[in-house]
Design a protein around this ligand. Sequence first.
Ligand code: CA
Length: 245
Amino acid sequence: MTTAPRPPPDPDHDPVPAAHGHVLVVEDDPRIAALVRDYLADAGYDVTVAGTAADALASSRRHRPDLVVLDLGLPDRDGLDVARDLRRDDTVPIVMLTARSDELDRVLGLEVGADDYVVKPFSPREVVARVRAVLRRVELEHRPQDRTRVGEVVLDRSARTLTTSGDPVDLTATEFDLVATLMDQPGRVFTRAQLLDAVHGVSFESYERTIDAHVKNVRRKLEADPARPRHVLTVHGVGYRFADD
Ligand code: CA
């Protein structure tokens, strides 16, 4: 892969909000690939480049990118076939690069459904803008709802409050994070290590029992009868789950 010089600083850049994510760029023209790679890297993304369909699929399996920039005209296979294969095991967002605007019907057809496209010749800045917009959209779609209700228990993430039958439950920050994690996926069993990871960001096996102490406190505050909890349930030998009634 040839190394293109870094693009000059761009005065039109919005004061760069730290971009993050891994982008796979699939493009057989090394000059275009390098240009797109450099601009995306400059915007803060990790970038992998693949020059063929075969490379693209292998790389996608290995790196699990957050988004794929995919050239429609590849030497070994049609870009739409590649898109179909990428989407087979993943819902990864795709921004298509196409040389002809009359291909757009195919690109945006329901059959494959690229999330966005850029027509060549394009400015690399435009590609970065599309990538950023698609990732932002996907992130918003996947962001957990601000409010979650399970039975009479209501969790409000932005206000960081928990109520049961309308009565506020006074939780510490750690207890709140613990309940929020459990309520994100009611019914799902979490191990102590996963819960510790969620509330402290790191998991040490020897500290997993501290989760039990937090759970005990949460039950004392939330449950009508802490000895017979109806919300935060113990899954013996595994961990805890929030009852999904
Ligand atoms: Ca091409």
